[in-house]
Design a protein around this ligand. Structure first.
Ligand code: DGJ
Length: 381
């Protein structure tokens, strides 16, 4: 990225005995909250993003944000890199539509795009949070788009709410049958209301029309099954939903995590058989303390732990909000976060920090002003 890229440090070529393959080691310097430019010298505009690794290259997808305002004027941006430090702009992967009334009409809100590759169909599948033009955050939809190439252009498949007409697997028969509704509460946040939320007040409200889907990520497990993890129920409860084999729809199997916990911005990774999820609380664009969950299976039980952040401003996630956890493939992970600048979202900053594991097996993310990210990849000579 010009991300204060060391540029040079890079390549150690170790020729392997067959003579054709070389081991390429690259090192880049990452400066969290620094000025992150692409190879054209432009500020990287890829917020709420995630990274796809495909055929030795990394593709960073994120929200193109305007200098002023909150709505999407351009679409989802894509950048590519070999070393996670030098980013080439690949263009707009999913563009807004100029057709009035289109679900992704210019002026809608596209957030937190993530892309995964489906080996069975050969398609790249993008999911993102979509809000319809002029409707604020009321629509709470998930958008799905596909492409034959990683960088796009992606074409919309559909958008909508999640899992309509299906109950979460971990909601009891008793809670499904309760008759209390949102109309029964004049006030939110009372102990009675909280209890009702835990018992699925909003799941029942949205049962027919589909569950709300806002902040989100995707996760592909070692067995190739993929999951959509999203903030639902008025951002009060996270859901994990299994995707169909083509990654373009729901199977109908889903669970609620930490009902009423008010978690968003989920970032998930799996380390030595344990599923870890870092997320944030819900305070708009303002930073808050990160939350950490773990589970022995994607289906839970999910257990909450103290925040994994350490160092200056750790209690505010260093001023950032989680967006993705990037596995480097060798037991290392990069925690990625956004430092939102609501007055000028385009220049919102980026925090990338390594995840380390203590002797107790717990992950921590420690603040560093700068650090070196080294990759070792088998490549062609
Ligand atoms: C917090 C979310 O995490 C962001 O993606 C965005 O939706 C803002 N809220 C909007 O206020």
């Amino acid at each position: 990225m010009k991300l204060h890229y060391l540029g040079c440090l890079l390549v150690a070529l170790g020729l392997m005995s067959c003579g054709q393959q070389a081991k390429k080691e690259t090192s880049v310097e990452i400066v969290p909250k620094g000025v992150w430019n692409d190879t054209d010298g432009n500020y990287i505009n890829a917020h709420g993003g995630g990274i796809l690794q495909y055929e030795g290259k990394y593709y960073w997808f994120g929200e193109h944000r305007p200098a002023k305002g909150f709505s999407t004027e351009v679409g989802v941006n894509c950048y590519s890199s070999d070393d996670l430090g030098t980013w080439k702009y690949e263009g707009v992967a999913l563009a807004v539509s100029s057709t009035p009334g289109d679900e992704i009409e210019k002026g809608c809100i596209m957030e937190r795009p993530k892309v995964i590759y489906n080996a069975k169909t050969g398609k790249f599948v993008m999911w993102f949070h979509l809000e319809l033009k002029d409707q604020g955050y009321a629509a709470a939809r998930a958008g799905v788009a596909v492409s034959d190439t990683p960088q796009g252009p992606y074409k919309m498949v559909r958008s909508g709410r999640a899992n309509s007409g299906v109950w979460p697997e971990n909601m009891t028969e008793e809670d499904r049958a309760l008759t209390v509704t949102t109309d029964d509460f004049k006030e939110w946040w009372t102990p009675e209301w909280r209890k009702a939320v835990e018992q699925g007040l909003f799941v029942r409200r949205d049962f027919e029309g589909g569950q709300m889907s806002r902040d989100m990520t995707l996760f592909v497990d070692e067995d190739g099954k993929a999951y959509h993890i999203y903030s639902s129920e008025e951002n009060l409860t996270l859901h994990i939903a299994e995707l169909t084999d083509d990654y373009q729809n729901y199977t109908g199997r889903y669970i609620r995590i930490a009902p009423g916990g008010h978690n968003e911005a989920p970032a998930i990774f799996k380390h030595e058989g344990t599923y870890w999820m870092i997320c944030s609380g819900c305070t708009g664009w303002a930073p808050n303390e990160a939350r950490l969950f773990s589970a022995p299976s994607i289906w839970g039980p999910w257990e909450q732990h103290p925040s994994p952040m350490r160092g200056v401003e750790a209690e505010k996630t260093f001023g950032g909000q989680s967006t993705y956890a990037l596995p480097l493939g060798d037991g290392r992970y990069v925690f990625m976060a956004d430092v939102w600048k609501p007055d000028c979202l385009m220049y919102s900053g980026y925090i990338w920090l390594p995840v380390t594991f203590g002797t107790d097996g717990m992950p921590t993310v420690e603040w560093q002003d700068r650090w070196t990210l080294t990759l070792s990849q088998a490549g062609k000579e």
